[in-house]
Design a protein around this ligand. Structure first.
Ligand code: GCW
Length: 752
């Protein structure tokens, strides 16, 4: 058995900023750890400054004494005898995790002995595992799942076993085990048998080669292209660890608004270096492919997918990529969308384009993720209908290794959107659900918005396409469901960057975490996921858990209230999308706000019923019936589907105008209430994160009033009605808000 000799001593995340002198650094690190253990042991809470780098894998001494003692008794040693790279990183993680949480450094042994311990390994790789498994375990864990179970071990010493079929399953099991310890679960009676419900769980990075990140609000791209492949930042490994800890198993490194240069030889060497780091963590690398690459870097005169030379170029290119990255995942493609080149430039269909690339990738097991986010300014049809109109008729024409990647809603990651009508409507095509973790339309990294409840609404939405219960989650899970859909995937547009804490807002890491957890198991409740994250990221202290979980759960509804309540959408500022802009009426119509809210003296909202654009009819008749009936339509989608009179009576008893105003106010009030809640947590966490969040919440409260005041002043010019009682009076006149101009908002593609 070969073990990495460094793993005993090498902390995976530095506990202090790296210092110049190794000795001083080691001494201080040890001193800090010792102090932390003492402080924690005295029950004083965890008060060390925390820059957030370790995210939810903090591994500070467990703040619950009796759980800590119980686990310390179990973790008397680690039993592992496999060389598999994923098992090895699992062992490192276990040692670093339990070492930090319990303050212990036990030995690694090859055999189970009378003294208990943590046994990890694969079924085939370690006979100690095989003899302990139950007959049905192997069937329930698939290729990526695991069993985490506590056994009584002879003389009363408990043994915890983490078993899987594959090394990556062992790693996932170890992360699950660490999560149990971190969140204060006792070791006794632990019996967890789990596997992911969705096979492909991907992050999409909209990262450019110059390291700007489109719609990224947490600094620059994590990928140091210029330094690669010579210098390998330790951050890559920590990124992979964080991904693996929540089950993310694929990463598209580059922006969908693609640059063909990523496919050139020097860049493929850099990509290979990243893939090498990610591999033991089970994270497969994908790239975006610019459709016109054969012309831009291949010297061809066309990129026509039916031209044999073009197909030949892609075949060769793919062969070259696999030489560098033998387990390359495939391509993500944005074609004929927002100015990107695509097969339609040559009169060909999306299927022609996708299939040509799919054929090149198929021999290597690679896939094409082809985006359905297409709409054209010249087309008269309601933008919300165009993707369905384009793609649904192509069902059955895509190769088996093509996934059609569909945003959760039919417009574009709005604060709330009804689920996309394409889900479940292409039974012969693999579908990927694309969510946006980065907060393009939800206050960037400044506003708190925990997105799991919104994602969950989409995952749970019943498309009815194969009968009642055909939820979006089931459609993308595919063969796991009884509905006969092909296995699909889930993708999240990442919110990561070079900010020390990865996500800018210290609480925005909850969204990265929750994306992974829901991708693994869409049946989890957003609330339980929030609670896990709080416990792991902050503390198990009841007041912290309770207050922060509640704030997280309130946050998305609050942001919807103060930005775009009742199904209003796309009323944000031009281009950078930060702040209100309901008055935007210039530029291509489907990028304006007036196209969507259609406010006039009679009312407000987009009529998508049969009397309007007819978009509801793209849904299954049962769903269409619900959305088309203004009295039955969930109120969060009311103005998405209906143009309603200002005096329409709402179920609350208010008329529509008053209801809109009161929703804006409710959002402002909710954010205001967090200021006090957060102040109250001052002594329960480190000052660094407390202060950072306090300042952001203060700004969010101010900006929630900005949204309310700007939007209501503007809509009031149509409703001609007074603000109801209880709604704050705008600080400025409408002209003031219209003239506000933000410059250099992060993540904005154009220079401004
Ligand atoms: O949400 C919009 C963004 C664009 C983005 C596009 C897309 C990457 O404003 O910045 O481009 O969607 O999803 O392709």
């Amino acid at each position: 058995m070969k073990l990495n000799p460094f793993v005993h001593h090498k902390p995976i995340f530095p506990t202090v900023y790296p210092l110049r002198s190794g000795m001083v650094c080691r001494f201080l690190t040890q001193l800090t750890c010792l102090l932390a253990v003492v402080v924690c042991g005295l029950g004083c809470g965890v008060l060390r400054a925390d820059d957030g780098y370790r995210a939810w894998l903090r591994y500070d001494p467990l703040d619950q004494l009796s759980q800590r003692q119980a686990w310390t008794a179990v973790a008397s040693g680690y039993i592992c005898r496999e060389d598999d790279p994923s098992v090895q990183v699992a062992l490192e993680e276990l040692m670093s995790g339990l070492g930090g949480l319990l303050g212990i450094e036990p030995e690694v042994r090859p055999e189970v002995s009378g003294s208990g311990g943590v046994l990890i390994g694969t079924i085939d790789g370690n006979p100690e595992i095989a003899v302990r498994l139950r007959p049905d375990d192997a069937d329930q864990i698939g290729s990526e799942g695991y069993v985490v179970r506590t056994y009584a071990n002879g003389n009363g010493k408990p043994l915890v076993m983490v078993a899987a079929r594959s090394g990556i399953g062992v790693l996932y099991g170890v992360f699950d085990l660490l999560r149990q310890v971190q969140t204060g679960v006792y070791p006794y009676g632990l019996d967890r048998v789990d596997q992911p419900k969705i096979g492909l769980r991907m992050l999409n990075h909209w990262d450019n080669l110059n390291r700007t990140v489109e719609r990224g609000y947490a600094g620059f791209s994590l990928w140091e292209w210029f330094e690669l492949p010579d210098y390998i930042s330790p951050r890559y490994r920590d990124y992979a660890r964080l991904c693996a800890s929540v089950g993310i198993n694929a990463s598209v490194l580059t922006n969908v608004n693609a640059n063909a240069v990523i496919l050139t030889e020097p860049y493929l060497e850099k990509v290979a270096a990243l893939a090498d780091v990610f591999r033991p963590y089970g994270v497969r690398v994908y790239l975006t492919a610019r459709f016109s690459a054969p012309m831009e870097i291949g010297g061809l005169e066309t990129a026509d997918p039916l031209d044999p030379q073009v197909a030949g170029w892609w075949k060769q290119k793919v062969e070259e990529i696999y030489r560098h990255v033998p387990d390359f995942g495939g391509f993500l493609v944005k074609a004929n969308s927002e100015g990107q080149p695509g097969p339609q430039d040559y009169g060909r269909s999306h299927a022609d384009g996708a299939n040509m690339m799919a054929d090149a990738l198929a021999p290597y097991g690679g896939t094409v993720m082809w985006r359905a986010f297409v709409y054209a300014a010249e087309v008269e049809m309601d933008r919300a209908m165009q993707a369905y109109a384009e793609f649904q008729p192509l069902d059955g024409t895509f190769r088996p290794n093509v996934f059609v990647q569909i945003k959760n809603g039919a417009i574009d990651f709005m604060p709330t959107e009804p689920f996309h009508p394409l889900f479940g409507a292409m039974p012969k095509t693999r579908q990927t659900l694309e969510l946006q973790i980065t907060q393009e339309y939800l206050g960037a990294s400044i506003h708190l918005a925990y997105l799991a409840p919104m994602w969950k609404q989409c995952l749970d939405a019943d498309t009815r396409m194969a009968g009642a219960g055909t939820t979006v989650a089931k459609v993308i899970a595919g063969s796991n469901s009884a509905d006969g859909y092909l296995p699909g995937a889930i993708a999240g547009v990442a919110n990561t960057g070079t900010n020390r804490n990865w996500t800018g807002h210290p609480l925005a890491a909850a969204n990265w975490y929750a994306f992974g957890r829901l991708a693994w198991n869409p049946d989890l409740s957003p609330e339980s996921v929030a609670e896990e994250w709080v416990r792991m990221t902050f503390s198990n202290d009841a007041s912290v858990v309770e207050s922060l979980r509640q704030m997280l759960m309130e946050s998305h509804p609050a942001v919807v209230d103060y930005m775009m309540p009742l199904g209003l959408h796309h009323i944000m500022a031009w281009d950078h999308h930060y702040g209100p802009g309901p008055w935007i009426d210039q530029g291509r119509p489907d990028w304006t706000a007036v196209y969507y809210h259609k406010a006039d003296k009679d009312g407000i909202g987009f009529d998508r019923t049969a009397s309007g654009s007819g978009a509801v009819q793209q849904y299954h008749p049962d769903v269409a019936g619900l959305f088309a009936d203004a009295n039955a339509c969930p109120d969060r989608y009311l103005l998405w589907f209906h143009h309603m009179p200002w005096d329409h009576p709402m179920p609350s008893g208010n008329n529509l105008w008053d209801e809109i105003c009161l929703r804006y106010q409710r959002g402002v009030d909710t954010v205001g209430s967090w200021l006090e809640v957060w102040s109250g947590l001052k002594d329960s966490m480190d000052a660094q994160r407390h202060d950072h969040v306090m300042r952001l919440l203060t700004r969010q409260e101010r900006e929630s009033r900005w949204w309310r005041d700007a939007c209501l002043s503007y809509f009031q010019t149509f409703s001609n009605r007074p603000l109801p009682e209880g709604v704050g009076v705008p600080e400025h006149d409408l002209e003031y808000y219209r003239n506000l101009r933000l410059r250099y908002v992060p993540g904005t593609p154009s220079e401004q």
